[in-house]
Design a protein. Sequence first.
Length: 354
Amino acid sequence: MPLSPLSDTALPRRRSRRGGPLALALLCLLALFATACGGSDDEAGSDGGSGDGDDTTTEEGWSYTDSFGETVTLDAQPETIVAETTVAGGLWELGVVADGTFGLLYSPDGSPDPSVGLANPDDFTSLGEVYGEINLEQLASIGPDLIITPSFEEGTYWGIDDAMIDQVRQIAPIVAVNVANRPLDEVLAEVDELAVALGADTESAQVVEAREAFQTSSEGLTAAAESNPDLTVLAASGTPEQFYVAVPEDYSDLSYFKDLGVGLITPDTDDPFWQTLSWEEVGLYPADVIMGDARGGTPEQIIETMPTNAKALPAVEAGQLISWQIPLALGYGYSAQVMDDLAASIAEAQAGLS
């Protein structure tokens, strides 16, 4: 195997809503790394707690209530923002440029990493590109008014290691955007509302065009799925030791794609996010198309690392292993591009392989 096995501390975790802690986001069909985050923001008052981005800016100050009902209050509207790259990419599309980011900005080949979506990485100051690690001294020197990060569960912060949470919150309050167990359009709408709270004009021609592109691409994905109704699709990830099948309903993008008609397979498990299998069980859910965790590289790079029995899967042999961008940059325009690519793959794929 070309990669060393991941240590326990390198596995993202989530406290199960159905039981004990489980892996939250693994690494793609044999090739990647990621870590977990945790912690909770201090609640500084309340402003409705609607969970959909309520905010108030008055002479007395500024407040914002995130999707978990946690409220941050400040003396004035935030001017200096730090964000995890997937959120930074979404805000960038809406006209809010983060002053600092944590998370990947560049891929190993030097190109912009998909995590940042359509944004120009040169527009940002990186505070760390290794998952979970933030240069605290550099963060403090920026002096952010607000830190924004995705979350897969209330009280956790994607991109911030558990051990760093308290130190980060001493520098600035954290707002979380819930990206689990809700469809993608709801998540993007919340990022939109957050941008408004930060002073952006989200009714500009550019933003309206991006929203329209998202809607058009959503309709295009539905049309592609309807044109190939018997096609089965499996979203998966892996480490050298284990194979993981994603639970579509737990991921905002996959659940949205499934709502649009994509034939995503739901594994038979009560565990959140993933069913954990051995590589000997890789054929448990026959599928015509496999969406492989793109953090492991291109489909060709993923295939190179797969065991022999996995390479013999009908979808792999037919060249129907495609990229699954996880985590997804939270922008309308980037999400539209992702759906366009998926629609093309679905329309062209051969059904009945499984």
